[in-house]
Design a protein around this ligand. Structure first.
Ligand code: PMV
Length: 331
């Protein structure tokens, strides 16, 4: 039976950067994020004898076109886990499309693998608990484990070798706090290095990696307390610190890893200028040049006006907290 899921993406406020087990994709430290109402993808999966693209090869369509071999291979390996668990041996057809505005340059593996975990497990006849779905999604992409849940979510590094405790949990649901996440899309420069390769290079070559890992638990405590108290200044402050430390750590890799472009810096300068003017707005940056900002819903128009007018910012999107991954339909 085909199943469709359409989760939103999530943006980490305490970043995940580094793995303790690359095979099981286990994070070396915890992370904390906000799931967004949109900005994800919609994925439908069906397992059937006629679903194969070729002998032994799942059919993977991305935005209506056959997916490139790298992406299709990643999806197929993920589906193998689902097939093993469900005890089935059927090929799959996966139809996926991003709900991110086109040309936004924000590929979202977080939403993608959360959608695939939910849609594929259901289509294979499995009924997994949210925690089990989170562990499954993590095997596709570390950040995807968080998109299973809505609102503010914490991902544990876990300590077990099998990764069963490396799962996410919800700290506060999407209606708990009226914040907004804005995305200042900056003109993309050279193609950035993917997060898995970059994390690996950072762990191997950055002398700051141990210090980065040591700083995460304190940032998690701080962010958790800030969410509990709905303290935007405290949450924003820790989010900026986590992002700048993550990028500093990657920048110290050999060769260095730099995701920022001039517009990234210009957008950060605008955020600081807004703050000097009394608006509580804070930035974070992921494995790319775009700048995400956290602010109160009441301030978002002012923040949008300033960032949309920043040189190099080509577009500004405003997103609200959203629910966790859920099935769209089951036909
Ligand atoms: O889940 P991945 O492998 O795409 O890595 C995500 C890395 C960051 O987005 C930079 C940080 C995070 O915690 O989401």
């Amino acid at each position: 039976m085909p199943s469709s899921a359409a989760p939103g993406t999530n943006i980490a406020l305490v970043k995940y950067w580094g793995k303790r087990d690359p095979v099981l994709n286990l994070p070396a430290a915890g992370s904390l994020s906000l799931t967004l109402a949109d900005f994800g993808c919609e994925t439908t999966v069906r397992f059937a004898p006629d679903a194969a693209a070729a002998e032994g090869c799942d059919r993977v369509l991305f935005g209506g076109e056959p997916a490139d071999s790298h992406f299709a291979g990643r999806v197929q390996r993920f589906l193998d886990r689902v097939r093993d668990r469900a005890g089935i041996n059927l090929p799959a057809e996966v139809v996926t499309r991003n709900t991110v505005p086109t040309a936004a340059g924000l590929a979202s593996s977080a939403a993608g693998f959360a959608a695939l975990a939910l849609a594929a497990s259901r289509a294979a006849g499995l009924r997994l608990l949210p925690t089990e779905l989170s562990a499954l999604a993590r095997q596709g992409s570390g950040s995807a484990a968080r998109s299973i849940f809505g609102g503010f979510v914490e991902m544990s590094a876990g300590t077990r070798a099998d990764g069963s405790d490396a799962v996410a949990r919800q700290l506060a649901d999407e209606s708990a706090w009226d914040v907004r996440l804005g995305v200042a899309i900056t003109a993309a420069g050279e193609k950035a290095i993917g997060s898995t390769a970059a994390m690996d290079a950072t762990a191997r070559t950055s002398p700051y990696y141990p210090a980065w890992l040591a700083s995460v638990p304190g940032d998690l405590d701080e962010a958790r307390a800030a969410i509990r108290d709905r303290d935007l200044v405290r949450l924003g402050t820790v989010a900026e610190r986590s992002a700048t430390r993550m990028h500093a750590c990657a920048l110290a890799a050999d060769p260095h890893i730099l995701y920022w472009n001039p517009a990234t810096l210009a957008a950060i300068a605008t955020v600081k200028e807004l703050r000097r003017g009394g608006t509580a707005v804070y930035f974070t940056v992921d494995a790319g040049p775009h700048v995400k900002v956290l602010c109160a819903a009441a301030d978002v128009l002012r923040v949008e006006a300033a960032l949309a007018a920043t040189p190099g910012v080509v577009r500004f999107l405003v997103l609200a907290p959203g629910p966790g991954a859920h099935l769209k339909n089951e036909v």
